[in-house]
Design a protein around this ligand. Structure first.
Ligand SMILES: Nc1ncnc2c1ncn2[C@@H]1O[C@H](COP(=O)(O)OP(=O)(O)OP(=O)(O)O)[C@@H](O)[C@H]1O
Ligand SMILES: [Mg+2]
Length: 216
């Protein structure tokens, strides 16, 4: 952290409101004179762009988008994202707000996985794939009930992607409630995300206040 910016990962199920809250928080920080870099995973780099095509059904993997192959792609995108975008922004002193990071890999790939393997083996393997991905200074988990997230996704009206089935999202919500188990060495702060935009915004800001010092 010293002399550098702050790396914040923001996580939650689809429709939790992470993108909305990141945009609001970024605007508030910029208004206070802070340098901010907003980014997301899958990233906008070459590997991340390919992953989005697979998730949206516009690119096809010959053996199908298996959870194990997807875990490799996400991990490769992450290193490209860290080295090509996150670390340069941190060196310039920015607060980097990443809409998803490796907690998403741990949560999504473990619930989308082949259930013949014990969950802890899958988690250990995904952690090792991400062994060299820089740790966030803090991870914010926006927790919402699966019903609220499903309503928001429907209202938003975008086409459902590979992971947006209600059954999978319900299992994911549970995994995020216990996010500490997935990243035991990281600093994780939970924000209740079921409230109004303004209510969640206030909780989000309060959660990050101890980490983001006011502009000098
Ligand atoms: N607190 C809230 N109350 C009501 N509506 C909300 C709230 N937060 C977000 N929304 C709306 O719900 C929809 C989903 O929000 P958003 O896109 O921020 O979710 P997300 O977590 O980024 O989803 P995804 O993971 O799919 O990108 C948007 O239409 C947004 O305006
Ligand atoms: Mg989003």
């Amino acid at each position: 952290m010293s002399g550098e910016g702050l790396f914040v990962a923001v996580e939650g199920i689809d429709g939790a409101g992470t993108t909305t809250q990141i945009d609001r928080y970024a605007a508030a920080l910029r208004g206070a004179g802070r340098k901010v870099h907003v980014t997301r995973e899958p990233s906008t780099g070459p590997i991340g762009t390919f992953i989005r095509e697979v998730l949206g059904g516009r690119a096809t993997l010959r053996g199908g988008p298996g959870w194990d192959l997807m875990a490799h792609l996400f991990a490769a995108d992450r290193l490209d994202h860290v080295r090509g975008e996150i670390e340069p922004a941190l060196r310039e002193g920015a607060v980097v707000l990443s809409d998803r990071y490796d907690l998403s890999s741990l949560a999504y790939q473990s619930v989308a996985s082949d259930l013949s393997l014990p969950a802890h083996e899958i988690v250990t393997w995904i952690r090792s794939l991400n062994r060299f991905a820089r740790r966030p200074d803090v991870t914010i988990v926006v927790d919402v009930t699966p019903d609220v997230a499903a309503q928001r996704r429907r209202r938003r009206g975008a086409p459902e992607d590979l992971y947006e089935t209600d059954a999978l999202q319900a299992r994911l919500a549970k995994a995020y409630l216990h996010a500490e188990v997935l990243v035991p060495a990281d600093r994780v702060v939970h924000v209740r995300g079921d409230g109004t935009l303004e209510e969640v915004e206030a909780l989000f800001r309060a959660a990050l206040a101890p980490f983001v010092e006011p502009a000098g």
